[in-house]
Design a protein around this ligand. Structure first.
Ligand SMILES: Cc1cc2nc3c(=O)[nH]c(=O)nc-3n(C[C@H](O)[C@H](O)[C@H](O)COP(=O)(O)OP(=O)(O)OC[C@H]3O[C@@H](n4cnc5c(N)ncnc54)[C@H](O)[C@@H]3O)c2cc1C
Length: 410
């Protein structure tokens, strides 16, 4: 009878060995590297976006299956050796391939010239096979192939982690993760942040939160290394990028596809003149083409409050900009594109994608702060100091380095 008076029991929170926040390159590479390193614990990746990829994601449309736009990195380079060891299995299994698109630059007079060294195009160039999202899908496939029913890999997408709580001490320490409605998402023995959002005050400006989640958790624990790591991450600034995504109908796409480039870098003088940094031209299977015009940091700063209404932040949290503000930014970017290139955009579908933290600014988080063992927290991502900083290469390397440290501890 007593039982009948009790409220219904909610299921106990799901418990895993490792929770990874973010399924961009670094989060997915960490799962793959841990498996290649022989670690077999249960891993959950929690991701705000609709799928894996992060800043290497591919935008798709349910209504338009032929449409795909690599709206973050269109390719990546490996500029120091030895290459990250995940490159070999990714390429052998056909998830990535050498990037063969022509790269050119634009000078301040609007003339096409040889490529410039912009840090993204030296060394070996790679891209996803078909689209950039294949990079993260491939990393997850490598991780999953080496998993079994006792040690699964799970991806919870469209899931924003909002609160981090450290419960217990020592060997009974558990990290409890909650969403925006304070519901428990999972509990984990170890926590890895593969993006800096939860450690950085920009989460307060983007989402209107009253506190920085990792700062709250670190102050509660009072553990010096975690406090220092959080403070360092909070101090890393980043350049933003406001990008125009165009889908050109087949007839409008024709003159574009005849251009002698697939990537057009803007020289300094061209950036100053048009406020654009780079354009990537992506042919679609049905004769159409996608164009991504990336703004320079000063244009993005000038329009900092205007997020694309299709962004995850807008979709999940209703952080939508006023329609006229979005329209004004789209118009300014399209005008800049017309100024720089005399190419048509008639009939194109237009979208805005603003990356608030597109490129972290060095020096980043030093490697000695990437594993806070006493708090069972690790960090990876392109904001970790070292080779490839601020690029895909750095995200891969940081994950491989963290895996090497973690496998001894997990
Ligand atoms: C427009 C653009 C062009 C670029 N071009 C190039 C290029 O040409 N070459 C190159 O090498 N690099 C390029 N980059 C940089 C490259 O994309 C990044 O270095 C790389 O993708 C970083 O991967 P990451 O895993 O470290 O971070 P991210 O990709 O940012 O992954 C972090 C993930 O964590 C998720 N996340 C964060 N907080 C939470 C939370 N609280 N809850 C749930 N999920 C969360 C995010 O949604 C994201 O998916 C470009 C970036 C941009 C934006």
């Amino acid at each position: 009878m007593v039982a009948a008076l009790m409220p219904p029991l909610s299921p106990p929170p799901r418990s895993v060995d490792l929770a990874v926040i973010g399924s961009g390159v670094a989060g997915c590479a960490l799962a793959a590297a841990l498996r290649l390193d022989g670690w077999r614990g249960a891993i959950t990746l929690l991701e705000i976006g609709r799928g894996p990829g992060g800043r290497c994601a591919t935008r798709r449309s349910r209504r338009d299956p032929d449409l795909q736009i690599d709206h973050g990195a269109p390719f990546f380079n490996v500029s120091s050796s030895p290459a990250p060891r995940l490159i070999a299995p990714l390429s052998e299994s056909g998830w990535i391939k050498p990037f063969s698109g022509a790269i050119r630059s634009l000078d301040g007079e609007g003339q096409i010239a040889d490529p410039i060294g912009d840090g993204f195009s030296d060394g070996d160039l790679w891209c996803g096979h078909g689209s950039m999202e294949e990079l993260c899908r491939g990393l997850l496939a490598i991780a999953t192939e080496a998993s079994d029913a006792n040690a699964p890999i799970e991806l919870q997408s469209s899931t924003l982690v909002r609160h981090l709580e450290a419960c217990g001490q020592g060997s009974s320490l558990r990290w409890r993760l909650r969403n925006n409605a304070a519901e428990i998402l999972c509990e984990a023995r170890w926590l890895v942040l593969s993006g800096s959002l939860l450690a950085h005050p920009r989460c307060q400006t983007v989402f209107g939160w009253d506190a920085v989640p990792l700062q709250v958790a670190a102050e509660q624990r009072g553990e010096p290394q975690l406090l220092e790591a959080q403070r360092t991450l909070a101090g890393i600034s980043a350049q933003a990028s406001s990008n125009l995504l165009l889908t050109l109908p087949a007839d409008t796409a024709q003159p574009w596809l005849q251009q002698p480039w697939r990537i057009l870098q803007f020289q300094e003088s061209a950036q100053q003149r048009w406020g654009l940094r780079r354009i990537s031209l992506q042919p679609l299977a049905d004769g159409r083409a996608a164009v991504v015009a990336e703004s320079d940091p000063s244009f993005a700063l000038q329009h900092r409050g205007v997020y694309g209404s299709q962004s995850s932040a807008a979709q999940l949290l209703g952080a939508r900009p006023p329609a006229d503000a979005e329209e004004a930014v789209l118009n300014a970017l399209e005008q800049a594109l017309h100024g720089a290139l005399a190419l048509p955009t008639g009939g194109a579908d237009r979208q805005l994608m603003r990356w608030g933290a597109a490129f972290p600014i060095a020096p980043g988080l030093p490697e000695e702060l990437t594993l806070c063992g006493a708090s069972a927290v690790g960090f990876c991502g392109d904001a970790i100091a070292g080779a490839g900083f601020g690029r895909v290469e750095g995200a891969l390397r940081s994950a491989e380095a963290l895996s090497a440290q973690l496998k001894e501890r997990l």
